[in-house]
Write a protein that binds this ligand. Structure first.
Ligand code: NAD
Length: 475
């Protein structure tokens, strides 16, 4: 059920022979799923040499032919959706129904970028000199390096692969060592779709060593990273040494503002679904729930009751609504956040502890009566803990919602259009959902402001991120 893990360099699969390896752990039972080979420096040099050749081929391949290959890879992924989804659930823990949606979304983003590559338009600028033309064209940035985390094992790498390949670039990607299987299977789909050698290489190893090695190389012209803010800052500094392009998709701490003019119980039902998706390990996860004072009690009571009813278990079982956390670090982080809340007199209205002693299960948790400066309210929890806080006025809640250095997603629930307009303008975030948590699709731009990041993935902007504009003046 779980694949043999290999590196993919210059169109060749490389196994663990003679290489350092690390174990991939199933978060449901802490058992080893497979051994993952690490790339050596020689492997990285091979990937760079292959990328140079791959880029020369791919940049000259027209956008229609590129799209055929990319669409073929997306189709293969759709045919193997069930198998790839099962791999995700095994290595990452999320329930199978979420993993299926993730694979489908990954195939969509590849298809979107394949098609959008055909529309990578330049523009004609009216020339001020007679008999001359002035215009711009879009060109691929070059060889890119990307690094993706463990919370979306296939969608996160798919966004980077799709943007790079759609834009005509070659890419060396290092998916997460903790969740490598689905990314390896996606790579297999590209190989079977006959992607030219070297256009895509997939490596694993010590994250800091690989990123430092690749970012320092002259031939790598762009870096794309999804992960935590501290690592994003570090990689941005490395890229700045040689003025390399970056896309940074970093952490979030999304406020959710619930006004008195919506049904608090119905809104709580929707919010519980959003909060415990992927056990809260989502950068756009709804994180801080600010509920207007007249609705607060009803919302908190309903949310807590629904949180207690979330079926926690093995994601491969059909009744499971929330799986284990992806790794032991998250368990420690959750215990630490809950302890901080308790030490400051907050109330644990649901959950609050680890479930069992095998696997990384943590109960869907709700915290009330807490202070704005607690860890939960100021640091990204990245887990299944929901703080619920009352507010009085719009101005007050906007100030509190915007008080953190994060600016990825924000949400508001209101039936008043004027409220909706005012708050969606006022919230400092790259993405705002009004009466919805659905803010991530292949065709829509995904990205943050403030310390949550720089640049976008998905949509037209996600393709532009892998192209450079060239101005041509022709006399
Ligand atoms: P971490 O900061 O050590 O790692 C985050 C990710 O970055 C991992 O996938 C890791 O392999 C990678 N990474 C770490 N150092 C790197 C380096 N020098 N070069 C390249 N890649 C590197 O923390 P973690 O324990 O894995 O995750 C904890 C925090 O990370 C979470 O609390 C959350 O804030 C953040 N996170 C964010 C996202 C996201 O989607 N934005 C995803 C996963 C984790």
């Amino acid at each position: 059920m779980y694949p043999k893990l290999k590196l993919f360099i210059g169109g060749q699969w490389k196994n663990g022979a003679g290489r350092k390896t690390e174990s991939v752990i199933n978060p449901v039972n802490e058992k080893v799923l497979a051994e993952l080979p690490h790339a050596s420096k020689a492997d990285l040099d091979d990937a760079l040499e292959a990328a140079k050749r791959g880029f020369e081929t791919w940049r000259k391949t027209n956008a229609w032919d590129r799209a055929c290959i990319m669409n073929k890879a997306a189709d293969i992924m759709r045919e193997r959706l069930e198998a790839i989804a099962t791999i995700i659930t095994q290595e990452q823990g999320k329930p199978l129904f979420e993993a299926r949606l993730e694979v489908a979304a990954a195939a969509d983003v590849i298809q979107w970028m394949a098609e959008e590559g055909k529309r990578s338009y330049g523009r004609v600028i009216p020339s001020r000199l007679p008999g001359t033309r002035t215009f711009t064209v879009q060109e691929p940035v070059g060889i890119c390096a990307a690094f993706t985390p463990w919370n979306f094992p296939v969608l996160s790498p798919a966004r980077k692969i799709a943007g790079a390949l759609g834009g005509g670039c070659a890419l060396i990607i290092k998916p997460s060592e903790e969740t490598p299987g689905a990314a390896v299977e996606m790579t297999r789909a590209f190989a079977e779709a006959r992607l030219p050698e070297g256009v895509l290489s997939v490596v694993f190893g010590m994250p800091a060593e690989i990123s430092e090695y690749l970012i320092a190389k002259d031939e790598v012209r762009k870096i794309s990273f999804t992960g935590s803010i501290p690592v994003g800052k570090h990689l941005t500094k490395l890229a700045a040494e040689n003025v390399k392009r970056v896309t940074m998709e970093l952490g979030g701490h999304s406020p959710v503002v619930v006004f008195d003019d919506v049904d608090p119980e119905k809104t709580a039902d929707i919010a519980v679904g959003g909060k415990y998706r992927n056990a809260g390990q989502v950068c756009i996860s709804p994180t801080r729930f600010y509920v207007q004072e007249n609705s607060y009690k009803k919302f908190a009571a309903r949310f807590s009751a629904q949180a207690k009813a979330v079926k926690l278990g093995n994601g491969l079982e059909s009744e499971t609504r929330m799986g284990p956390l992806a790794n032991a670090r998250r368990l420690d982080a959750m215990a630490n956040i809950v302890a901080d809340c308790q030490s400051r007199g907050a109330k644990i209205a649901a959950g609050g502890t680890r479930r069992g002693n095998q696997g990384y299960f943590f109960e869907p948790t709700v915290v009330t009566d807490l202070q704005d400066d607690s860890k939960l309210m100021t640091q990204e929890p990245f887990g299944p803990i929901a703080p619920i806080i009352p507010f009085k006025t719009l101005d007050e809640v906007v100030a509190r919602a915007n008080s953190l250095p994060y600016g990825l997603a924000a949400y508001a629930f209101t039936s008043d259009t004027r409220n909706a307009n005012i708050i969606s303008d006022a919230l400092e975030a790259g993405m705002v959902g009004v009466n919805t948590f659905s803010i991530s699709m292949a065709e829509t731009p995904f990205g943050g402001v403030k310390e949550s990041g720089y640049g976008h993935e998905g949509s037209v902007e996600g393709l532009e991120a892998y192209t450079s504009k060239k101005f041509i003046s022709q006399a």
